[in-house]
Design a protein around this ligand. Structure first.
Ligand code: MTE
Length: 322
């Protein structure tokens, strides 16, 4: 059972103080989250295939590894990162996810792994989160709607987790699925999208060192509105690929489903690599509004990560495979 020390959905404006402390000296507030595997697993009647040695693991947000994966851009304020959101399950307005964050139940939480791998099963959250591997990644997030932020995530390189399930040679793509709970999530009462929200990556994209599973931001547990308890972050793609509140991972051999691609394929491509040269049919992608800035800035190919990821798409026509 994941026991939260504080309801992360109730971040108040005063929490911005933490952001200042954070920015000054990178000193993380010591928050320890304790949880046990037993309750979650008992409720599903399964044992994890990958299991923590200890029945009580702890995430200590004070011992997050620093890495060189840091853009130099000014950080977007904690307040903006946690109150200007896209999370349609919690409503389609930018303020709705924070207002409705308490409706997302993250305890207990388990993740089902299926498809072409040697270790499918239902896993408890702690099988994904080993305290020793948490690291900070400061990434740009570029939304397809032409706004952007810079967010200090706390997470784990996705390939470190995905490899544990031993995907086989048929696993050409990875599909992710978000929580489906229409009784509690107000956005799922309406068919704005095909629920549950799904997203997918090619296996080499999922295994790329830049792709992470995030469990926190600004040195603390991930707020519900940002996709607690576990979300994907793929910094060179439009933000909708960074699926929140993941409950299922599927290794498949055909192109994965994507909720936005299903709803409007001519507007939201499967790849959705940030590309200033391919406009959205209804607006330009050449520039973006960095939240907190007055003037717009130029959008960079692959969101500024071209040197690290462009080779994944060598020989592909990126206007066709947008
Ligand atoms: N994941 C789910 N399950 N539901 C959503 O509506 N919105 C996406 C993505 N992940 C979304 C989602 C979009 S459009 C963006 S831009 C990012 O989440 C926004 O992440 P943020 O709110 O943490 O900035």
């Amino acid at each position: 059972m994941l026991i939260k020390i504080k309801d992360s959905s109730s971040l108040r404006d005063g929490d911005v103080t933490d952001e200042n402390i954070y920015s000054d000296r990178r000193r993380f507030i010591k928050t320890s989250v304790k949880y046990t595997a037993t309750g979650v697993l008992a409720s599903y009647g399964v044992l994890p295939i990958i299991s923590s040695n200890d029945s009580c693991a702890s995430i200590d947000f004070s011992s997050i590894k620093e890495t060189s994966y840091k853009v130099k851009d000014k950080l977007t304020s904690l307040k903006s990162v946690t109150s200007y959101n896209n999370f349609y399950e919690l409503g389609s307005g930018k303020k709705d996810p924070k207002l409705n964050a308490h409706l997302l139940k993250t305890e207990p939480w388990s993740i089902t792994v299926e498809g072409h791998c040697n270790k499918p099963g239902i896993y408890a959250l702690e099988d994904f989160i080993s305290p020793s591997v948490l690291e900070e990644r400061i990434y740009r997030l570029r939304c397809v709607e032409a706004w952007s932020m810079v967010i200090p995530w706390v997470g784990i390189e996705a390939n470190k987790i995905l490899k544990k399930f031993e995907p086989n040679s048929n696993a050409k793509f990875v599909e992710f699925e978000s929580i489906y709970d229409p009784e509690n999530l107000p956005g799922q009462e309406r068919r704005v999208l095909e629920w549950p929200y799904t997203e997918g990556l090619r296996i080499d994209e999922a295994m790329h060192p830049l792709t992470i599973f995030a469990v926190g931001l600004y040195g603390k547990e991930l707020p519900n509105q940002n996709g607690a308890p576990l979300r994907l972050v793929v910094p060179w793609k439009y933000g909708f690929k960074s699926i929140k509140s993941i409950v299922k991972i599927r290794f498949i051999n055909t192109q994965a489903t994507s909720a936005w691609n299903l709803s409007a394929p001519s507007e939201y491509g499967f790849y959705s690599n940030v590309n200033p040269d391919v406009d959205h049919p209804r607006w330009s992608q050449k520039k973006e509004r960095r939240i907190g800035d007055f003037l717009k800035r130029k959008t960079m190919p692959f969101n500024g990560y071209a040197d690290q990821v462009a080779q994944l798409y060598q020989g592909m026509n990126l206007k066709k495979h947008f």
